[in-house]
Design a protein around this ligand. Structure first.
Ligand SMILES: NC(=O)c1ccc[n+]([C@@H]2O[C@H](COP(=O)([O-])OP(=O)(O)OC[C@H]3O[C@@H](n4cnc5c(N)ncnc54)[C@H](O)[C@@H]3O)[C@@H](O)[C@H]2O)c1
Length: 264
């Protein structure tokens, strides 16, 4: 889908990947860009810089997602592209994380995309056109070794995009899922505090939010399901699919080496 003349909503747009996406999509000639975030000041700053509309919202609540869709539609007409990008890192470690941490990550990293689809699909299906995008992560394809919460919720976000693409593709609905590895944003800082997380993220090379925006602009134009800003992710995914045992051995080695290095 060409981005020029489109009405695009970007959640988590106050900073990091979301603000780079907002700037890039505005530069591509979108007719209206809505920057939504729980950080109202940050959203306003980004929106003001590109002549967009800022909306304060909470991705973890369905009524707030519905209200975002309503306000954007009221201001600019039907939404062409909805990029559900807001995300939370959860916590480091495994099943010992409290239920509250799982619950927040489940709501923001998964249910926000479900709620957006629920609010948008009736109008998009009637029009026979619309684009649903979510930001998952390479952690949704390959596992983020330092965080169970993040891995599980991001896998669910990838599954959601696949399901939507299969079910609604013939009805004119486009679906993309953005799956970067390490990107230099505030969220990366938590993962980098952990030796295992740092080793995994660094192995793919750290890129800038603007590099993700470049990949997304190209991926949306080509209507690709998986947008992979890091080149090595497709290769790892192929290896995991063709030889999962070898892939597991490699991942265990990476974890072992990171822990040994951290201890020494
Ligand atoms: N940075 C990375 O290395 C990386 C890698 C892969 C995927 N991602 C994903 O990219 C997306 C953007 O992350 P980022 O790295 O730019 O992080 P970030 O922390 O810089 O930005 C996340 C934005 O989402 C907003 N947000 C969080 N919870 C919200 C909520 N409940 N309601 C509304 N807004 C909320 C925050 O205020 C913030 O502006 C996330 O989904 C993240 O999981 C990041």
């Amino acid at each position: 889908m060409e981005l020029s003349n489109r009405h695009v909503v970007i959640t988590g747009g106050a900073g990091g990947i979301g603000s780079a996406l907002a700037a890039r999509i505005a530069a591509e000639g979108a007719r209206a860009v809505v920057v939504a975030d729980r950080d109202a000041d940050g959203a306003a700053r980004v929106a003001n810089g590109i002549g967009g509309l800022a909306v304060e919202f909470d991705a973890g609540r369905e009524d707030s997602v519905q209200e975002l869709v309503r306000r954007a539609t009221e201001a600019n007409g039907p939404i062409d592209i909805f990029i559900s990008n807001a995300g939370v890192p959860g916590s480091l470690g495994g099943p010992e994380a409290p239920d509250e941490t799982f619950d927040e990550a489940w709501r923001v990293n998964v249910m926000a995309h479900v709620w957006a689809s629920r609010a948008l699909l009736p109008e998009m299906l009637e029009r026979g056109e619309g684009y649903l995008v979510n930001t998952a992560s390479a952690a949704g394809l390959l596992t983020q070794v330092s965080s169970l919460v993040y891995s599980v919720t991001k896998h669910a976000a990838v599954a959601l995009a696949e399901w939507m693409a299969i079910e609604y593709g013939d009805a004119g609905i486009r679906v993309s899922c953005i799956c970067p590895q390490g990107v230099r944003t505030p969220m990366l800082e938590l993962a980098m505090e952990d030796a295992v997380g740092a080793a995994a993220l660094s192995s793919g090379g750290l890129i800038e939010p603007e590099d993700v925006a470049d990949a997304v602009a190209a991926g949306l134009r080509e209507e690709r399901l998986l947008i992979l800003p890091h080149e090595n992710v497709a290769g790892f995914l192929a290896l995991k699919g063709s030889d999962p045992e070898r892939w597991l051995k490699g991942m265990r080695k990476l974890v072992r080496n990171a822990r040994t290095g951290a201890a020494s």
